[in-house]
Ligand binder design. Structure first.
Ligand code: FES
Length: 153
């Protein structure tokens, strides 16, 4: 039995097989499987839950927090919406691109970081904001950015 098969079955025991739990199950699987949902993983979810595979792909492609493409160990999401934009969000994105030597949508060569844009993170009063994995960093300044990145190996 493959890792995906075993893990899907374990997770579905933790979460009742209700539609509302699908996001939680997929996010956990994604985190454990290299920050993406492979064809094999989604086929296993479809087989175990009875959800048609094409619906699962539709679900995954709708939510930016889910991906079928392999990503880095840590995903940096830079808020691109108005308040963050006015407070320096674009400058933060440019700084990250320069620091990591990648562009938005790319992964560093060592697989450490993937850099993405995101919609509002809900911390507009403390803009600009970024999210790394599940942790939000607010009032991000160029000075703080280096220290923040050091936390993620
Ligand atoms: S606009 Fe960036 S957190 Fe709301």
């Amino acid at each position: 039995m493959s890792f995906e098969s075993t893990r899907v079955k374990e997770l579905l025991q933790d979460y009742a097989p209700e539609k509302g739990n699908l996001m939680a199950v997929l996010r956990k699987l994604q985190k454990e499987c290299g920050n993406h949902l492979s064809d094999e993983t989604l086929k296993e979810v479809a087989k175990t839950t009875g959800i048609p595979l094409n619906r699962l792909y539709g679900f995954v492609s709708f939510y930016t927090m889910l991906s079928t493409e392999p990503k880095g160990r840590h995903i940096i999401r830079v808020c691109k919406d108005g308040p963050c934009n006015f407070a320096g969000g674009w400058a933060t994105a440019e700084l990250l691109e320069k620091e990591l030597d990648i562009e938005i949508g790319e992964t560093t060569e060592d697989g450490r970081f993937t850099l993405e844009h995101t919609a509002c993170l809900g911390t507009c009063t403390a803009a600009p904001a970024i999210m790394i994995d599940d942790e939000i960093h607010a009032n991000v300044s160029p000075e703080k950015l280096g220290e923040i990145l050091k936390k993620y190996k």
